[in-house]
Every structure is written in structure tokens, then in C-alpha cells.
Design a protein around this ligand. Sequence first.
Ligand code: NAD
Ligand code: FE2
Length: 388
Amino acid sequence: MVSERSFELYCPTKVKFGVGVSSEAGEEIKKLNGQKVLVVVDPGVVAAGVLENILKSLEKENLPYIIFDEVEVNATLSKVHKASDLQKKEGCDILLCVGGGSTIDTGKGVGCLATNPGPLQAYEGPEKYNNPPLPSVAIPTTAGTGSELSFGAVLYDEERNYKFSFRSSMQIPKVALLDPLLLKSLPPSVAASSGMDALSHCVEAFVSKWSTYITDAYCKQNFHLVGQYLRRFVANPSDVEAAGGMLQASAMGSMAFNTARLGLVHAMASPLGVHFHLPHGTSCGVLMPPVIRYNLIACPEKYIEIAIALEGSVKGTRKMEQAYSAIDAIDRLMADIGLHVHFDSAQIVEEKLSQMADETLSSGMQLTNPRNVTKEDVIGVYRDFFGI
Ligand SMILES: NC(=O)c1ccc[n+]([C@@H]2O[C@H](COP(=O)([O-])OP(=O)(O)OC[C@H]3O[C@@H](n4cnc5c(N)ncnc54)[C@H](O)[C@@H]3O)[C@@H](O)[C@H]2O)c1
Ligand SMILES: [Fe+2]
């Protein structure tokens, strides 16, 4: 299913890949004419010692910098505001975001508020603000979100207990430095969760109503890389070859979903993550099997391709039977990397399912899902997921 609609593919980021490439941050910021840098980072990444060579590269170029090191997992709105106050007070004109999706998305919020009045919640959805944000350089330290190359940012609004995304082609980082060495300190649980995020981006983009031949090429390569490297990477995040493969798989995810968009997994993952306190990648991973079961009749051929790319073969001779192999392959991958969740079924009341289904639909992400979705369908998929 490759759509016949016209499309725009916009990849403005300069991507540099290689062991040690993160120490070129100073040089790249100089080329962008940055005068004063706000370094955005979270405490876990600082404690892991990831920043040292990166800061040296700023010093080598005589670039003054200020560090904001309070980013929280899930990119909370309150920390975006705190970082934004610091950026304004210090007059920083460029952002250097070093971390996972939470850090890079916090940077996107800061960049937007530097040149637009806000509040950020008013910009929920696509292309809602007018002024170009501050330029940014992104250095991912997880391999999953692809935020270093994406239009999107996902922020957690604590007051509403709601995760929202705001998207703009203007907020794609100018430079992404993909350095496999930085991932060596990644806890295996984060490697597993963010790795499933990377896979889910391409599974969703590949079956999307907006998929294209070009984005399909990124997706297929992502499936091969995840099949080849995710287990190895979780077993040993300092395996540079595996980390590099996963970093590239993750980058391909956003290169695909910037154009092809996502689907029901991501639409359902934010409510699931918020109400049951799960990391984003874990929510996406565990929702893939029930969502694929729901979607299967829309495009079984594509799920057969996913299964073959992940595992090299499919089971059975009938088309639908073979397509089910994609679910089995993903279940096996999650079992091998130790990704599983348990719920107390008493927590899963009707009103909560109804609220989560409303939040799913309000994201709009289900609009490109290969199978059309109603509120009852969403509740049905959540029921399948919870086994109730
Ligand atoms: N903008 C997008 O396009 C996009 C896409 C998908 C997900 N997201 C968002 O990204 C967020 C998830 O990001 P994530 O999965 O990258 O995780 P994260 O940024 O939330 O980080 C998770 C944990 O890993 C630690 N960590 C990260 N790198 C480390 C390293 N190298 N060594 C040691 N510890 C390290 C962090 O300190 C943190 O505690 C979610 O909020 C999600 O909604 C955004
Ligand atoms: Fe995601």
C-alpha cells in the first residue's frame, strides 16, 4: 500500500555519523554562527560522563555556554519553562541538546518559546507557530526516538496529565551528531525500550496510508537493522557496531515518519504511558501486537514483509497466517530483550478506557493508520492488550 497522494519529503538536517563525532559539536556550532550556547541535558546523561568531550569541543572553539541539566523523563512542560527562562536570561542564541528524546524535545520547546509568545499548548498539532525557533544541534544518547531528525516534539503537561505533540518543519535540528560511543552507558532497559520505539516508528510508517516508496526503503532497512542488532545492543550497549546500527535505524525512523506519519500504536501509546507510568518506547512496543492484530486485514502483504525482514522467514502458507508472523516476531524480540509489563486489572475501569480512547483520537495520529478507527475500535484494541 503505497499511496498515490502527492507528498513532500524534507530532510534538512546535516547528519554526521561516527565514533567520536560528538566532539565536533563546537566546530558545527561555529559554522552555524552560534555565539552563546545553551546546553540542554538530563542528570542521568551528566552522571554517565557523556558531556565531557562535548564541552571540551565548545571550549576549543571559545564558545561560551550555560548548562541546563534538569530535563525530566517525558519532557515535562515545567522544565521546558525553566530552561526557557535560563535561555532568555543568558541570551543564548543556539541550543545543543545532548540526550534522549526527552532532552531533544525539551530543547524544541525552548527553541520555540525563544521566538514565539506561547503558551506551547497553543501550538499542539502541525505547523501552528510562525517564527523560526532557535537553531539547534542534537546529539542522541539513546537509539530510538529519532527526535534528532524529526519535525515533532512531545511534551508532558503535568497540569492536564496529558502528553501533547507540536510539530513544525522549522524545528528540525540543523545538525545531528550520531556517535555510537555515547550509548555505552545506556541502561539495558532503556536500550530495550527505546529500541522498540525505533522499530515501531518504521512499522507504523511502513503500513501508513501516507507511506511512499522512499519512506518504505528506510523502513525496510530499519527492520533489518533492528532484527540484526537490537538483541546484541541490549546485551551490551558498548558494542559499537550494534549501537551504530541502532542509531542509524532510529534516524531512519524519523526520516520515514516525518513524511509517512505514524498510526494507532503511537496514538494509543501516550495515554497508556501517562495513565500507567510506562516509558514511551515500552508503550509502543507492547501495543504493537494488539494493533497489528487489528490492522492485519488492511495490509497483510506489508506485515509479511516486516516478518521476513525481522526474522528471515514466515510461518504457514496462507497469506493471513504468514502475516501473523510479524506479531510472533515482535513478541519474540520483546521476550528476548526483557520488555514486558504487568497490570493490576482492578485499575482498568470502563471510564479509564473511555478517557484513554478519547485521548487516543484527539492526537490525530490514527488518521494515517491503515485501518479506519472508531472510539469503539480503540477500546477494543485496549481490551485485547489488557486481556479483559
Ligand atoms: N520528537 C520525536 O520525534 C519523538 C519520537 C518518539 C519519542 N519521543 C519522546 O521521547 C521521549 C523518550 O525518549 P528516550 O526513549 O530517548 O528516553 P529519555 O530521553 O526519556 O531517557 C531515558 C533515561 O535514559 C537515560 N539516558 C539516556 N541516555 C543515556 C546514556 N547514554 N547513558 C546513561 N543514561 C542515559 C536518561 O538519563 C533517562 O533517565 C518520550 O517523551 C517520547 O514521547 C519523541
Ligand atoms: Fe515513538
